[in-house]
Ligand binder design. Sequence first.
Ligand SMILES: [Zn+2]
Length: 217
Amino acid sequence: MKDADDVLLVIDVQNDFMPGGALAVAHGDEVVPVINRLARGFSHVVLTQDWHPAAHISFAANHAGRSPFDMLTLPYGEQVLWPTHCVQDTPGAALHRDLDIAHARAVIRKGHHAGVDSYSAFLEADRKTPTGLGGYLREVGVKRVWCCGLATDYCVAWSALDARAAGFEVALIEDASRAIDLNGSLEAAWRHLHAAGVKRVQAADLHSTLEAGDMHD
Ligand SMILES: [Zn+2]
């Protein structure tokens, strides 16, 4: 069992990111059983939800003449325009029904400011506005952040990079995550992650560590 130094950060395992959802990530549903099993090895789990107002700036539908996956230049930088997704309190924004982590301690909802997107669980896309997750994790003594969920190349990668920038040791669990891979975004994400010192691990590596750790309990 991972102890108080570790947190499993489960990112955006929500209906709209599942096959058939508004912003489907291919094979996104396959992460659910993997994450459920991983979570049983962590005493501390935090979940995130993408949680947008209907008027959110990242939705193509809110920009006349623009289509999903167009790029738009905003005051804080380049923004991908997405299909309308994860609108607050809609079924699409709900966590996948089979996600089974009763002991999760906190849910961070991000992207709630209408004018700013937030891929990262730590810092909004203006790169200035904190979500509060970094302070929370520091205050409870976490040192290592294990990231998984959807999508590898956007919300998971950005969260992992920001966790690293906030001073945590960070690993991204590759097979407990799935990617969107838009215009080479997955390869670029791994390049940035590697450069930042984020470890790339598989769930099986972690199970062997967890089971070895359990033997000492
Ligand atoms: Zn979003």
